[in-house]
Design a protein around this ligand. Structure first.
Ligand SMILES: O=P(O)(O)OC[C@H]1O[C@H](OP(=O)(O)OP(=O)(O)O)[C@H](O)[C@@H]1O
Ligand SMILES: Nc1ncnc2[nH]cnc12
Length: 170
């Protein structure tokens, strides 16, 4: 299936000059959603994954079904003030602003094998912070997986030393 044809681009959202990759049009079609998750799960087929970690909010839409498909746990990384337990946090810059992310302190056990998953790699700030939070808790990053990579923003540079998988490149 041509999965790229299922993603809609909205110009100048949320700011002028940003070409927003809207994945809702892919998610709303069952066969396209299934193929995308199945192909991302393929990347992990020869690795042990204990936990998938995904950042709010679109990282949940990809990370949770991926975790289910792998038989792994899912741990949410949330924007500031949403998680009820004790947290560690990291502040990062986005293609269009900045934000703080938090994870529950007890969500990752030292030595657990962690796949970080998100819908899209742009500048890499979100996932770099997510990787740093997991590492701070003693998790071992076994890979980082994206549905979409905006290669022209060079987000990979922030993730040097980690194995990166992206299903669709722009
Ligand atoms: O590589 P980066 O430059 O960090 O950008 C990518 C991130 O930006 C988007 O999330 P956003 O912060 O817009 O939040 P949302 O998932 O709640 O829409 C997207 O879902 C990624 O998480
Ligand atoms: N261009 C873009 N489209 C969708 N989500 C994004 N997050 C950061 N940049 C984005």
């Amino acid at each position: 299936m041509d999965l790229k044809s299922k993603i809609r681009e909205i110009p100048d959202f949320p700011k002028e000059g940003i070409g927003f990759k809207d994945i809702t049009t892919l998610l709303q079609e069952g066969p396209a959603f299934k193929e995308a998750i199945d192909k991302m799960a393929e990347f992990c087929k020869d690795r042990q994954v204990d936990v998938v970690v995904g950042p709010e909010a679109r990282g949940f839409l990809i990370g949770a079904p991926l975790a289910y498909s792998l038989g792994a746990g899912f741990v949410p990384v949330r924007k500031s003030g949403k998680l009820p337990g004790e947290v560690v946090e990291a502040t990062y810059e986005l293609e269009y602003g900045n934000d703080t992310l938090q994870i529950h302190k007890d969500a990752i056990k030292p030595g657990q094998k962690v796949l970080v998953a998100d819908d899209l790699l742009a500048t890499g700030g979100t996932v770099k912070s997510t990787v740093d939070l997991v590492t701070e808790l003693g998790g071992e990053i076994i890979g980082v997986a994206f549905l979409i990579e905006l290669t022209f923003l060079d987000g990979r540079k922030k993730l040097e030393g980690h194995e990166i998988f992206s299903l669709l490149e722009y």
